[in-house]
Design a protein around this ligand. Structure first.
Ligand code: CP
Ligand code: NVA
Length: 306
């Protein structure tokens, strides 16, 4: 058995492969908007395993698979043997014999890597503690759609150096742009955990106002990610000065976009004025999860189709 291609972290694909995926995304999105049927994945089944909550990821994968003519099955830890100690390796053997592609949202990246090592079919990371590659796939597509190429641009990440931040950092190496990260003390980027090759594409700032200066994208995320709820009180105190507000947006370029993977907490990591304001592209960003992941599913299951 040859080992299938997986999508476990952003650097698993090259810039050239992303360019192909974005071309397909554009085409798939246009067809979807025109209600034109395109069913290349008839008789194919996606299994989605969720160990954490989700709205967008579940919806975009399930709707996307159906729109491509396939079907999607939802499993969660609570109602399956996965929550009762069945080894990940055994689950991977069984699930991958009954399906064509698997998407997993879980805790440690090591879990998804163990699953992938025993899977006969492609495995997609739908979020781990370390990474969220499908999110940044949609985010970069959204930026390109609104503003053109991202190469050479500056992304300001304000807040927690979490899974989404780590993925931006990997994307900066693939696409050759810069990330300015500002976190409170004690929450800085850990390059090894972020899976970086080097430190050429990012810079850390103690002052968030310095990080956003002349940025092309200003982005943030919740202060407390799923799995870290016990730290919530301490984080609310530590992150209070890392709220993206109108003053920060004014320090960025006038044409800067505001992005947020959602769900958002208005009044914590971002003000309502910014997320609901004219520079915010968060609804396009959320919608593009659907279109970019359809391109990803098509690519992993059928390879290049043009
Ligand atoms: N952005 C994102 O992954 O959202 P969900 O947690 O709703 O899937
Ligand atoms: N960093 C957040 C992203 C949610 C989509 C989390 O992991 O909870």
């Amino acid at each position: 058995m040859t080992s299938p291609r997986h999508y476990l972290q952003f650097k698993d694909f090259s810039a050239e492969e992303y360019a192909y995926l974005f071309d397909r995304t554009r085409w798939l999105k246009a067809r979807f908007k025109a209600y034109e049927r395109y069913w290349p994945l008839q008789d194919r089944t996606l299994v989605m395993i969720f160990e954490k909550a989700s709205t967008r990821t579940r919806l975009s994968f399930e709707a996307g698979m159906q729109q491509l003519g396939g079907s999607a099955i939802y499993l969660n830890t609570r109602d399956s043997q996965l929550g009762r100690g069945e080894p990940v390796e055994d689950a991977a053997q069984v699930i991958s014999r009954m399906s064509d592609v698997v998407m997993i949202r879980t805790y440690e990246q090591a879990i998804i890597e163990r699953f992938a090592a025993c899977s006969r079919v492609p495995v997609i990371n739908g979020l781990t503690n370390e990474y969220h590659p499908c999110q940044i796939l949609a985010d970069i597509y959204t930026y390109i759609e609104h503003r053109g190429p991202i190469q050479g641009k500056t992304v300001a990440w304000i807040g927690d150096s979490n899974n989404v931040c780590n993925t931006w950092l990997q994307a900066a190496e693939v696409f050759d742009f810069n990330v300015h990260v500002s976190t409170p003390p004690g929450y800085e980027v850990e390059p090894e955990r972020a899976g970086l090759y080097g430190t050429d594409h990012f810079e850390q700032f103690s002052d968030p106002m310095m990080a956003v200066r002349d940025a092309d994208i200003v982005t943030t995320d919740v202060w407390t990610s799923m799995g870290f709820e016990a730290e919530n009180e301490a984080r609310l105190r530590a992150f209070a000065d890392w709220q993206v507000d109108a003053e920060m947006m004014r320090a960025a370029k006038p044409e800067a976009l505001f992005l947020h993977c959602l769900p958002a907490h208005r009044g914590e990591e971002v003000t309502a004025e910014v997320i609901d304001g004219p520079q915010s592209a968060v609804w396009d960003e959320a919608e593009n999860r659907l279109h970019t992941q359809k391109a990803l599913l098509e690519f992993l299951l059928l390879g290049r189709v043009n």
